[in-house]
Structures are given as structure tokens and as C-alpha cells.
Design a protein around this ligand. Sequence first.
Ligand code: NAI
Length: 335
Amino acid sequence: MKRHRITLIPGDGIGPEVMKPTLKLIEAAGVNIEWDSHLAGADALKKHRTTLPKQMMDSFAKNRVALKGPVTTPVGEGFASVNVELRQSFDLYANLRPIKNLPGVKARYENVDLIVVRENTEGLYSGIEHEVVPGVMESLKIITEKASTRIAKFAFDYAVANRRKKIAAVHKANIMKLTDGLFLQCARDMSQKYKRIGFSDLIVDNACLQLVLDPTRLDVLLLENLYGDIVSDLAAGLVGGLGVVPGANLGDTHALFESVHGSAPDIKGKNIANPTAIILAAAMMLDYISEAKAAARLRTALHAVLARGECLTRDLGGSASTSQFADAIRREMEK
Ligand code: NAI
């Protein structure tokens, strides 16, 4: 059995609660992984005086694959987002979020099968903000041809490899004619090279409306950073909430897998968080490291427990704790 070495960032808030049972499930799926575990964010700041300790960065640089729990980012003041810094430092330019109905999970719509492709390194998340004069703040939105072309290429290549039919580029180029205009133009130019994949564009407010009216009409969504962040949560709400949607941050050399949800401070320490999102992120990671059988085992067991509906966490209408839900998946795998 091949041995993998993977960087683990359990995160904070509900991160460690959902990560712990997930690691046991990954092991039960029959993969041999040596985890290299590191703190990040506020916990790392206390212990190492930095939110991104060098040991963690070195570990990810070397291992090239990481599984990460959510990390809290203080609102308004305090340190910069660990997530944004990780994505920028390792050039994890593509954020891939599959939004799909799961068996047994009550949702507003059936047959939802969306792929959100979010540009992960620039836009308003470039972090270039300053005070112009007291009472006036400025935040720079950076859109480059290089990053827009590369994310558009990623989306089209993904569509081809995964037999998707069409891509909609989401923008606000009617108002931000230069920045969003460039993003849209790069997507249009790329679409010319992929004649078998349908291409359209949607203004972001209309895209939100279309998603809420009938998400089954859309397929792959291509968005710049901020719109991708917002639309991901909206789309998660269509299929059962943040507890069930995974994500991957991909670059040319490195890959980091995590859930779409954050550290959920409102339910931290209560053992009620739904680990589905991080389990599905782990399955994406197993596919990425060519452990497709183990990924399938994990998904099949998860789907079976969800479909039976006897042991669901509270966000899905049940009363099971995080550990009870994970134990049910474990038993399913042992059958
Ligand atoms: P959040 O995603 O943590 O929570 C939003 C709502 O969804 C809350 O009511 C929460 O209880 C619920 N929820 C989230 N995950 C759940 C789960 N697995 N099971 C059941 N319910 C769940 O978003 P919020 O409150 O805006 O952010 C909290 C912190 O997380 C912030 O500091 C934010 O910056 C950070 N964050 C980190 C991310 C990451 O590390 N990738 C992503 C998003 C937010």
C-alpha cells in the first residue's frame, strides 16, 4: 500500500471536532497516510507568534497536499485571513466547489449539480486597502489578464475532463467595465478554443436570481474571487446548507482541500457540527492522490447513512451528534 505524507491543519472552532472523526474514516477507507499536523490562525499566533508558522508552510511546500479545517478570521481588525494568505502563497488559483444534492438530504431543489469555479488569488481579496484621508477608505480590486485567462482555462479544461456541457461567466462588467470587463473578455476568448462547451455570461445579481429560481438550468459557474465566495454559500443553501459542501484549492503544484463552511463559533464545542463537508473534501483529496477506491468507499458509506436518514446531524433535521453520525459511517464501511 502506498504511503502518503499530507499536511494537516485541523483549524479552529468546529474544525478539530469535524476533522478528528474524518481522519478515522479516511483510515478505515484503507489508505496509508502519515499526517503532518500544524496549527494556523489564532491558535498558532498564541504558540508561535504568527498565524502561518514556518513549520506549517514548509510542510505544505514539501508535501504539496493539505487537508484543512476552517480557520477563524477576526472581523474588521486583527490579523489577515490565513485562508487568503495560504491561497496566495502557494498560488492555489482555482477554488473548485461541487454543489450537488446528496441522497436523503432535504433541499429546496432536486437535480442540482453545479460546479463553482472561483478565482482565488486576486480581485478584492488582493488585500490592498488604505485610508485615503480620515473618513475615506480605499480597497483596490486587481484583475489581471494572466489570472483571468488561467482560471478560465481551468474551468474549460475541467468541463472537458468531467463531461460538463456549459459554462457561465459571472460578472458585473456593466458597472466595472475595466476589471470585470477584462475577466469576462478572457473567459470569452478562452471559450473560442473549446467549441464543444457552451458559453454564456450572467451579471452577478441576475446569476443569484437564476440560482434561486431554478439552479438546475446552470452547470459550471466561473467567477472572480468575491462573487465566487458569495455565490458558493448561496449555492450551498440550495442543497442542504454549508454542512454538506466541500471545496478544493488547486494550483499547478499544490492542492489544499477544505469545507466551504467556516469555524461556526455559534456551535463550537457542542459536538453537533455536520462533518459531511470535510468528509467530502477528504474524498476529493483521495481522488487527487489517486486513491479513487478509498474515495468511493468513503462516499458510498456517507451516502448510505444520509439516505437512511436515521442518524442525521441537527442541520439536516436529525438529532445525532457529530460523533454518532461519524460512527454510523464507520459501521457502514465495516459492513
Ligand atoms: P460559518 O460557515 O462558520 O457559519 C455560518 C452558519 O452555518 C452558522 O450558523 C454555522 O453554525 C453553520 N454551519 C457552518 N458549518 C456547519 C457545519 N459543519 N454543521 C452545521 N452547521 C454549520 O460562517 P461565519 O459564521 O460567517 O464564519 C465564522 C468564521 O469562519 C469567520 O471567522 C470566517 O472568517 C471563518 N471562515 C473560514 C473559512 C475557512 O477557513 N475556509 C471559510 C469561511 C469562513
